[in-house]
Structures are given as structure tokens and as C-alpha cells.
Design a protein around this ligand. Structure first.
Ligand code: ZN
Length: 240
């Protein structure tokens, strides 16, 4: 891991790309994991835009413990270290597949959320915006939030059947192309287009470091490869 610390120190534009593995360290259940949301809830329905438009209550009833209790979750070691490294000018951007707002909570400023964000909810009829805290208070009471106009309110999270947020995807591609070092953290790189982001770094002559429990399709292209996020970031905390 000394090599990793040296590699980071030698790089001039470090970007991090984070997936579910970073969040599970903060006690957030992986949707697809062993006690994940998809074990108890119909995955095809809960984040499906057509089902949501028909009946938003199914989504709100079933995500109460997964999304609307996020204010009770604390950033983990990866979140806090990435924020510190951004503060010191080493990390320039964090691109994340996660929708748990923990990078922002840890203090990261340049966060690109490629699967959208629950920080804003929007009325599907009139477009009026509602903050997370407003919606969360209603959902935690076991009720379904509705707009003052009577329309359904949907989080800015990307549902199945919706396009990913174009500006975020463009931003991610731009940052990955610019990076001379991309840290791939807790992502198995199987969901597109996220799986393609590291290719922009490699195509522009940058290097990859992958930290993930499971193998990824890009392991052989990585300069360094580790399994345990916590171990790696405790080392970074103490040596960088
Ligand atoms: Zn409305």
C-alpha cells in the first residue's frame, strides 16, 4: 500500500469513482446484497417509473428504511478520507453510483451523482421542488407525500425506464478523461455506463487503482488492485 500512497502523491489529477461497497461500510444495505431491498421488494416495481406514476405509494412504503432514514447514517472512512483529500487539493472529483448523500455529508464538494439524487424531489405534474428533509418527515410518518397541486412527488433518483442524468454522465466522462489517476472504489464495474468510465482514463493515458471485494472486468488493466476498502483507507489516513 506504500506504492498506492506514492502513486497518489505523484498524480496531479486524482478522481474517485465509488459504488455500493463504500456505502456498506456506513451500514447502508446493498440493494442487491444478502439483506438488501431486492430480497423483500419487487425490484422491477419499486424503482420503475411506470409503476411509480400508477401508484407512488408502493415506492414510498418500501423505501422508508432504505432511503428516508439516510439522515441517520454517518459517513465512513472512505467518505471522510476522500473529502480530506479534496480539501488538500489531491482529489478533484468524486463520481458516485450511490444515492445516499454521504460524500456530501462528509464534506466532498465536487460530487457527481450518476444515478441521480434523493436530495431533491420534484412534482411530476407541475415541477415544484421539495427538499429531502420535507419528504422524509412525511414518509417516516408512514404517509405518501403529494404536491400542493395534487401531483405525485418523485425523487431525482434515476428509476428503471428513465434516462440517466445527462449532465452528470457528461461530467463523469470529462473528469475520467482528465484524471491521471482514477480510484475505483467498491464498484464491480458491471452496470453501464459506469462500467465504461475507467476506459476514458485509460484512453487518455491515466492509471487505474481498483479496490473491490469482487473481481472486476478491468482488474488486469489496473496498476494496483486491493480487496478491502477499510484497510486501504486506514493506511491512506495514516500515511498521506
Ligand atoms: Zn405539483
Amino acid at each position: 500500500m506504500q506504492r498506492l500512497v506514492e502513486l497518489i502523491a505523484q498524480s496531479s489529477y486524482v478522481v474517485a469513482f465509488t459504488g455500493a461497497g463504500v456505502s456498506t461500510l456506513s451500514g447502508i444495505r446493498d440493494f442487491r446484497g444478502e439483506d438488501g431491498l431486492y430480497k423483500t421488494v419487487d425490484a422491477d416495481r419499486v424503482f420503475n417509473i411506470h409503476a411509480f406514476v400508477d401508484d407512488p405509494s408502493y415506492y414510498y412504503r418500501n423505501t422508508r428504511r432504505f432511503i428516508y432514514d439516510l439522515d441517520e447514517k454517518r459517513p465512513g472512512i472512505v467518505h471522510t478520507e476522500l473529502a480530506r483529500l479534496e480539501e488538500t487539493g489531491i482529489v478533484r472529483a468524486v463520481i458516485t453510483q450511490n444515492i445516499d448523500l454521504l460524500h456530501q455529508k462528509a464534506g466532498s464538494r465536487n460530487v457527481i451523482e450518476v444515478h441521480g439524487t434523493p436530495s431533491v424531489h420534484r412534482c411530476l405534474d407541475c415541477g415544484r421542488e421539495y427538499a429531502f428533509a420535507h419528504v422524509a418527515a412525511i414518509v417516516k410518518r408512514g404517509e405518501v407525500p403529494w404536491c400542493v397541486c395534487g401531483g405525485a412527488i418523485k425523487p431525482d433518483v434515476t428509476f428503471f425506464g428513465e434516462a440517466l442524468p445527462a449532465a452528470a454522465i457528461e461530467g463523469a466522462v470529462r473528469e475520467c478523461s482528465r484524471a491521471d489517476l482514477l480510484l475505483v472504489l467498491g464498484s464491480s464495474l458491471v452496470v453501464t455506463p459506469a462500467a465504461h468510465f475507467p476506459l476514458y482514463t485509460l484512453d487518455h493515458g491515466g492509471r487505474l487503482v481498483i479496490v473491490n471485494r469482487m473481481p472486476t472486468p478491468l482488474d488486469r488493466t489496473a496498476t494496483l488492485r486491493y480487496d478491502e476498502l477499510e484497510e486501504v483507507f486506514l493506511f491512506i489516513r495514516d500515511h498521506l
